[in-house]
Design a protein around this ligand. Structure first.
Ligand code: ARG
Length: 565
């Protein structure tokens, strides 16, 4: 890609001028068109370190720079910025290569990584609620982007299938199960059982006894517990199917039960963990952030906990898949847990160098900025949320296309409703809370999925109007400003994908696609396509590439498109 070539050329020029420079920081980025197409600010930092005059350094590097193949001009600006302006012919050459199917403005990584993504991870016997949606959607989008860029991704659903709640569930199951309710609404029934036992103080001991029996391998309790997992998994799968989300593994917490004793023993042996008030804890005395918060790895009743399980999980993943990176996609409230986990792991296995990242996110809020709930104050279930998204989209679709038959409208509504829900999540900075707003996410204007899906169908409809089978890949002409702007934007697709993968932020891609739709609208407004003369082939090609990038971009966000809307 041109952008990489320019960056490489700049790095060679810098290396020739300053042999000791750290080239990994010599970067070129797309910039405000006021300044050019790409910009580098690397020389100012390099000059500062060496107490050199930045503009003089920029001039010296510029003299060594060989980018004539791609750039019209290289300008030294301000305090020592380098601004690059692309040659239209070089832009056209990239478009032609894309039209010939050589690339779609991105290249697979030359250094593929193995990345484990731990996401979604709902809890057994509880309904999946709106809190799990961010993890599911965000994790899936990251998996798709990383795979597109050629990385090996292992999607692992670390479901919560073990813990004290099973004591209450088992007791409830044995004493007050409603079989017919279980048959029709298993999750609701299990939730009811849990609540019934949990709210009755007098049942504490009996529930505790059921838990102990489960833990010691009692056959009846194991069988009921298995059944609860199966019923839950069916619910999860229904949701995942509707969302188009898949996993390579579902290794829940219970999978690591047998490893916990060994983990605890090793932590004691290596003097990482110590006794404190009956519990076994890890203290972080030399970590200013964690100093005040020791992590418990064995509770005073002898039981392991979430941290112990996560340590065993980490060790397993490391041994099984040797990942370069493990991403944990959860709520921001688990930040302390993951900081402690990573810190313990570093002391436990200092030789392991995998990059451990907590990809955390904020909350979904109602208009009054409290956590998003139903009108009666209950947590919102994911299944109800998906139904409502499709139902509302159906109303919008029906308004626009009253003449389509119902099945077709339902299918379009599914694509739009689910897409809108996903996009509303992905287009926000993941670390900020956002307000859940049906009208905003389903709007056909603004930075929404329906707007982008609609832009896609508009481009595609151009092809339906003229019978255009074979577009000539050599036909690119970029005379109009709007044509050139659109073409240059297409060129930046790969760079954006890489930024998403580097910072785990799909919102960069959302912004890019929104801008793409804007560039396309401006182009379409200024440049006739089907009625054009010599430019017709070239403009059709621009349309086709726009549609392909739009579709590919939405696809890695997990969002489908429809040919008709
Ligand atoms: N089940 C947990 C929850 O619902 C999330 C698990 C996240 N993954 C992990 N390895 N701790 O909060």
């Amino acid at each position: 890609m041109i952008h990489c070539r320019i960056q490489q050329a700049l790095q060679s020029a810098v290396a020739a001028e300053l042999p000791d420079a750290d080239l990994s920081r010599v970067l070129v980025r797309p910039c405000d068109p006021k300044f050019g197409d790409y910009q580098s600010n690397a020389l100012m930092a390099l000059a500062k370190q060496r107490k050199m005059n930045p503009r003089e350094l920029a001039a010296a590097v510029e003299r060594r720079l060989d980018v004539g193949e791609w750039c019209d001009s290289v300008e030294i600006a301000g305090a020592g910025f380098l601004n690059f302006s692309l040659r239209p012919a070089a832009v056209a050459a990239q478009l032609q290569a894309a039209a010939r199917g050589e690339h779609l403005f991105f290249v697979p990584s030359s250094t593929p990584r193995t990345v484990v993504i731990d996401f979604s991870s709902p809890n057994v016997a509880k309904p999946m609620h709106v809190g799990h949606i961010r993890s599911t959607i965000l994790g899936d989008a990251l998996a798709r982007v990383l795979r597109l860029l050629g990385h090996r991704v292992i999607a692992d659903n670390h479901i919560g299938d073990w813990g004290t709640q099973f004591g209450m569930l088992l007791l409830g199951w044995k004493t007050q199960l409603d079989e017919s309710a279980l048959a029709t609404h298993p999750i609701d029934e299990m939730e009811r059982l849990y609540k019934a036992v949990n709210s009755d103080e007098s049942l504490r001991d009996a529930a505790r006894a059921e838990l102990v029996k489960l833990q010691s391998g009692d056959e009846e309790n194991r069988a009921i517990w298995q059944r609860m997992i199966e019923l839950s998994q069916e619910q999860f799968d229904t949701i995942y199917n509707r969302l188009g989300v898949g996993f390579d593994y579902t290794l829940g917490e219970s999978f690591y039960n047998d490893a916990l004793v060994g983990v605890i023993a090793e932590l004691e042996e290596k003097n990482i963990a110590e006794e404190s008030e009956g519990a076994l804890v890890v203290k972080f005395t030399d970590d200013p952030k964690l100093k005040k918060q020791p992590a418990i790895v064995r509770k005073s009743d002898g039981a392991a906990n979430y941290t112990t399980t996560d340590l065993a999980t980490l060790e397993y993943r490391q041994r099984e898949w040797s990942p370069d990176e493990i991403l944990y996609v959860t709520d921001g409230r688990q930040q302390l847990h993951f900081q402690q986990l990573f810190a313990i792991h570093k002391r436990w296995k200092p030789e392991v160098v995998a990059n451990l990242v907590h990809v955390w996110f904020g909350s979904i809020l109602s208009h009054d900025r409290t956590p998003y709930k139903t009108r009666s104050g209950e947590v919102v279930r994911l299944s109800a949320l998906l139904n409502e998204a499709e139902e509302r989209a159906f109303t919008v679709v029906t308004e626009k296309n009253a003449d389509l038959d119902e099945a077709a409208r339902r299918e379009i509504a599914r694509v739009i409703g689910i897409g809108a829900l996903k996009y509303a999540d992905l287009s926000n900075n993941r670390q900020s809370d956002y307000i859940f707003d049906w009208d905003k996410m389903l709007a056909l204007q603004g930075n929404t999925a329906p707007y982008l899906q609609y832009a896609y169908t508009r481009v595609r409809s151009i092809f339906r109007k003229g019978d255009i089978e074979n577009i000539d890949a050599s036909a690119i002409i970029l005379n109009e400003l709007e044509e050139l702007a659109l073409a240059k934007h297409l060129l930046n697709f790969g760079q954006v994908l890489e930024n998403v993968a580097a910072e785990y932020r799909p919102n960069y891609l959302c912004n890019y696609l929104y801008e793409l739709a804007g560039h396309f609208a401006a182009f379409y407004e200024a440049c006739p396509v089907l009625k054009a003369g010599d430019e017709k082939q070239s403009r059709l090609l621009l349309c086709d590439l726009t549609a392909r990038v739009m579709r590919q971009g939405l696809a890695v966000l997990g969002i489908e498109v429809s040919e008709q809307m």
